[in-house]
Design a protein around this ligand. Structure first.
Ligand SMILES: Cc1cc2nc3c(=O)[nH]c(=O)nc-3n(C[C@H](O)[C@H](O)[C@H](O)COP(=O)(O)OP(=O)(O)OC[C@H]3O[C@@H](n4cnc5c(N)ncnc54)[C@H](O)[C@@H]3O)c2cc1C
Length: 390
């Protein structure tokens, strides 16, 4: 019952963290309240965009380079494909905030992008109705990664390297007890020298003394049948930034997901979503389904978008799924030792709807933080909690 390190939450960040710990020979226990891969957290939905010219802030780029490197290494180790290099087309006004952010990061870090005027964009991306005043920015090194498959593989490889992972075991409490940390679940009590909390949208329940407010929102994802036949192989990932509309609309080519065939998550069609703050939830609403009124409102929102900007994508809704965002106050990740824990408890939270692409980098960083290995500290310095003390 005693471990060097316990990881709470074996979802996106936690599964990768147990892998990087076990790789270093650390005796690690991972505790997951549901099954490993489920639909009550932040990782369901087949695909997540990965991009390097980071609109949110150029400081993420070194961490992204680490992520790209680790995705490639993990693909080599497992012989599986997680990263699908489809490229990404951004559509919007040349100086719109997101597009401007992409160009700023690309320039600062020499990331290849290409800008097209509207007429050129229409030739290259014929499915989209691009307004005359829009620019199209093309990022060839972007694409999508596959969350369920990634988490299952990290968990599997972690176990192969010696990690012990328990599913369907809820952590109810943790406490510092002298030189040890005591973790109590609905099934047992464990002790460890170090603790890592990667509990996603459920983190606030385990961080009662944490003064930084996290906001949890419900986000909907839709799969739509196109009205016209579309050449699936040619469609990239895409982002639309519309003046006067909060956030961005984004979508994916159809994902052929044979590894999901036994799973309820298997749906075909084009996935589309609106990245903006969804329905704000309280802790006790997290694993409940979205109400009908919210689903209708979101369907209308996506239909209105498709009708104007992606007319071929105005067919039948094949599926709607929900997923949870955990917003940090400034929408940037929060990765650090938890205050007043003598660097024995590491927390990774506030991924604010854009964390998945970083999974293999964050996993390595968290393992290093717990093991007091400073090798990757610089990559996350800008994400430390000290930024809130200014
Ligand atoms: C709709 C949607 C679209 C997104 N699109 C993108 C995208 O295109 N690109 C991108 O990079 N990112 C995207 N993201 C964000 C990304 O998926 C998240 O940032 C990431 O999955 C967060 O990982 P996590 O480990 O914090 O949470 P999770 O993957 O949810 O893992 C947390 C785990 O902790 C477990 N847990 C919590 N409390 C306990 C407890 N008490 N005991 C035991 N276990 C516990 C949970 O059950 C869960 O499995 C998207 C997110 C959503 C919801």
């Amino acid at each position: 019952m005693h471990y060097q390190t316990i990881v709470i939450g074996i979802g996106s960040m936690g599964a990768a963290t147990t892998y990087y710990l076990a790789q270093q020979g650390v005796k690690v226990l991972g505790l997951e309240q549901f099954s490993i891969v489920h639909e009550n957290g932040s990782h369901a939905g087949q695909s997540r965009i990965i991009r390097k010219a980071y609109a949110e802030h150029p400081d993420y780029v070194p961490l992204l380079r680490k992520a790209y490197e680790n995705w490639a290494k993990f693909e080599q180790i497992t012989g599986q494909t997680f990263f699908n290099n489809t490229g990404l087309a951004y559509f919007g006004l040349p100086n719109a905030p997101f597009i401007h952010g992409v160009k700023t990061s690309a320039k600062e870090h020499q990331i290849p992008i290409q800008a097209y005027v509207q007429q050129e964009g229409r030739v290259k991306f014929p499915w989209f109705n691009i307004p005359n005043e829009y620019e199209v920015v093309w990022e060839p090194e972007a694409g999508y990664v596959t969350p369920e498959r990634t988490i299952a593989s990290f968990a599997q490889q972690a176990q192969k390297a010696g990690a012990i992972l328990h599913e369907n075991e809820i952590v109810q409490d943790w406490q510092l007890k002298g030189t040890q940390i005591e973790v109590t679940t609905n099934k047992a009590t464990y002790t460890a020298e170090k603790l890592i909390i990667t509990a996603g949208a459920y983190a606030p329940q385990l961080l009662s003394n944490f003064e930084k407010p996290l906001q949890i929102t419900r986000q909907l994802l839709a799969w739509i049948q196109p009205l016209e036949p579309i050449d699936l192989s040619a469609l990239p990932c895409w982002v639309f930034e519309i003046p006067g509309v909060d956030g961005i609309y984004y979508g994916f080519p159809e994902v052929k997901a044979p590894w999901l065939s036994e799973d309820s998550a298997q749906v075909s069609g084009f996935k589309i979503a609106h990245h903006t703050r969804g329905q704000v939830l309280t802790n006790d609403q997290l694993s409940f389904a979205a109400d009908e009124a919210y689903i209708i409102q979101e369907k209308e929102n996506l239909q209105k978008f498709s009708h104007t900007y992606f007319p071929a994508l105005n067919g039948e809704f094949l599926a709607i799924k929900q997923c949870l965002y955990t917003y940090a106050p400034d929408e940037h990740f929060m990765i650090d030792y938890l205050p007043n824990t003598d660097r024995r408890v590491v927390v990774a939270t506030g991924f604010s709807g854009h964390g998945f692409k970083f999974v293999p980098a964050i996993g390595e960083v968290l393992a290093n933080l717990a093991m007091d290995n400073t090798e990757t500290d610089e990559l996350v310095d800008f994400l430390r909690l000290k930024r809130f003390q200014k």
